[in-house]
Design a protein around this ligand. Structure first.
Ligand code: GCU
Length: 571
């Protein structure tokens, strides 16, 4: 089935290294320059389903603008499947073997629809699946601009996944006509004004098709967001990220439990389909970033409870998509928005959490309780607490250390915008079933980070052979007594400061280090095992500094030397 997608982009914002699992070598994102931030807009699949037409598409585009959603950044109007026409042999095709558009549904054609959408300041999305239609091959249609024909490039022994007219043969990419065919299709879309293309039916067997479409879209010269669907295997995550701007991590969020044909109509989804995205997001988190996003499928908010979610569940739905930096593509009927839901969708604080482009990590997953956290580039921490259960209140708690920092923080409730004042070291909320609490915690003191790999190392080396470090590596001090790493830190004024040392100790034996400030030993500190060398923990200590430059030396006091050291943060 399908669902929506999103877009993505590139650009390497320095996603200020977070304190928890940052991949050692983040997979490269598509360099097509698109989807620097997750796409926002609407897709036809959830509500319009198998019956899109130009009247309905225009009405949704109109509503995107008149509701004020477009002004908030929801600009994509994506036409999903079922704009085509089938006969008993599959898709009907045009003169060059590409899917023919159903002129009963789109009498003015796709270009006219895209023009209409563009005239409203919006962007137009379109839909395809891999391969070539059987009807193109039977009629041996020419490949536009070449002397090749459909029968030269089709492998009629194998078909692709398709959710509509089916009968899509695989392409023989060893033949140059295959790429030329996809190019001609992409050129047609570009000439119509397509800004976003969802390719559905993608799986591990269709990497060559995704590559061909990526190439084809680029050679059009038109910026076209490239979105993959659905239920992409995580084993190929770095491939999807290299080729596309977004990828669906699971099957559809729709429940197919509505009263209409094929389960269309209300309800559009249910809580189980939404909450199943939480586990998916935990696994896929590391692959999200500017240019390429994990797509958790359409946002079913807009039409009140009838979508299949309570108001609490809808806020949790929006919260999770924001935390995960998923595309925000609405699936609902924009011509019948409720005021409660419109307010959710227009909440600037929630949109900002989505558009910060940082995918959150799960730090609590215990029964119905979940807590997710992320650190934004400005040093703020965004924390979401959820009761994912369907009955009974639950008290959900998180310490600031779990969120990734220490010391007091100013807390803002991001759904309401209300300040909750300064909170010392942990936060908890008693939540109704399906309810969420989303907060911003701004540490009272911004930390200055000193990377260990830039510090002075005696008997040891800067290395990068484990994952999750910040900067370019960490220090592995030799396994001898007396090996050390020495930081030079600056204090604006003399006084007591909190220092956070991030370290990994993959053994089960404590690796104490003595801490010396400006040459004077101040304490010996324990650095117990963290589980493995990829798992980092924070150790905080209080030190007294002079104004100006100070040295902080960490020296192993046992024959094992110290732990691996990632950085020192000075509050
Ligand atoms: C392993 C590990 C190193 C670590 C070392 C140690 O070799 O890969 O990163 O520093 O153990 O025991 O100190």
């Amino acid at each position: 089935m399908k669902a929506v997608l999103m877009k993505a982009g590139l650009a390497a914002l320095a996603l200020a290294a977070t304190c928890l699992a940052v991949p050692a070598a983040p997979a490269a994102a598509s360099d097509n320059g698109l989807s620097i931030r997750p796409a926002m807009g609407w897709s036809s699949w959830s509500f319009v389903r198998r019956w899109p037409d130009e009247t309905k598409m225009k009405a949704q585009a109109d509503a995107l603008v008149s509701s004020g959603l477009a002004d908030k950044g929801y600009v994509y109007v994506n036409l999903d499947d079922f704009y085509q026409k089938c006969d008993s042999n599959g898709f009907m095709v045009d003169d060059y073997g590409r899917w023919a558009v159903d002129t009963a549904k789109f009498p003015s054609g796709i270009k006219a629809l895209a023009d209409y959408v563009h005239a409203k300041g919006l962007k137009f999305g379109f839909y395809v699946t891999p391969g070539i239609a059987k009807n193109a091959v039977t009629a041996n249609k020419p490949i536009e601009g070449t002397s090749y024909h459909a029968q030269d490039i089709a492998d009629t022994s194998q078909t692709h996944k398709n959710y509509n007219c089916k009968n899509m043969y695989r392409l023989k990419y060893s033949h140059p006509g295959a790429q030329a065919f996809i190019n001609s299709w992409a050129d047609q879309m570009a000439s119509w004004g397509v800004d976003y293309l969802k390719i559905d039916g993608v799986d591990a067997s269709t990497v060559a098709d995704v590559e061909a479409w990526d190439k084809a879209l680029r050679q059009t010269g038109r910026p076209i967001n490239f979105a993959l669907s659905n239920n992409l295997p995580i084993a190929q995550a770095t491939t999807w990220k290299r080729l596309a701007n977004s990828w669906r991590t699971q099957g559809d969020v729709e429940c197919y439990c509505g009263s209409g044909p094929n389960g269309s109509g209300y309800p559009l989804t249910d809580w189980a389909h939404v909450v199943s995205r939480f586990n998916s997001a935990a696994s896929w988190q590391q692959y999200a970033g500017p240019g390429g996003w994990n797509d958790y499928d359409s946002l079913q908010i807009g039409n009140g409870d009838q979508v299949g979610l309570t108001a609490d569940q809808r806020r949790s739905h929006m919260t999770h998509w924001a935390m995960a930096a998923s595309p925000l593509l609405l699936g609902t009927d924009l011509t019948a928005l409720t005021s409660v839901d419109l307010a959710m969708l227009k909440n600037d604080r929630l949109i900002a959490v989505n558009q910060d482009g940082v995918a959150a990590q799960r730090v609590v997953n215990s029964g119905v309780n979940q807590v997710w956290r992320k650190r934004e580039a400005n040093g703020d921490y965004i924390v979401a607490l959820y009761n994912t259960g369907t009955s009974g209140n639950s008290t959900v708690s998180v310490t600031w250390a779990q969120a990734g920092f220490t010391g007091p923080a100013a807390v803002t409730n991001l759904w309401s915008g209300a300040s909750e004042g300064t909170v010392a070291s942990s936060y908890s909320a008693t939540l109704r079933p399906g309810e969420t609490r989303l907060i911003r915690a701004r540490p009272a003191a911004a930390a200055t980070r000193y990377e260990a790999e830039n510090a002075t190392i005696s008997q040891g080396a800067a290395e990068s052979n484990h994952s999750g470090f910040s900067g370019t590596g960490f220090v592995n001090a030799d396994n001898v007594t007396g090996s050390y790493v020495e930081f030079t830190v600056n204090a604006a004024e003399a006084g007591s400061r909190t220092v956070t040392i991030r370290y990994a100790n993959g053994t089960s034996v404590n690796r104490p280090m003595s801490v010396a400030v400006n040459g004077a030993a101040v304490q010996t500190r324990d650095f117990p095992g963290t589980g493995d060398w990829d798992t980092w923990a924070d150790a905080t200590l209080t030190v007294s500094l002079n104004a100006g430059a100070n040295t902080v030396r960490l020296t192993g006091t046992t024959a094992n030397g110290g732990p691996n050291v990632d950085y020192l943060d000075l509050s």
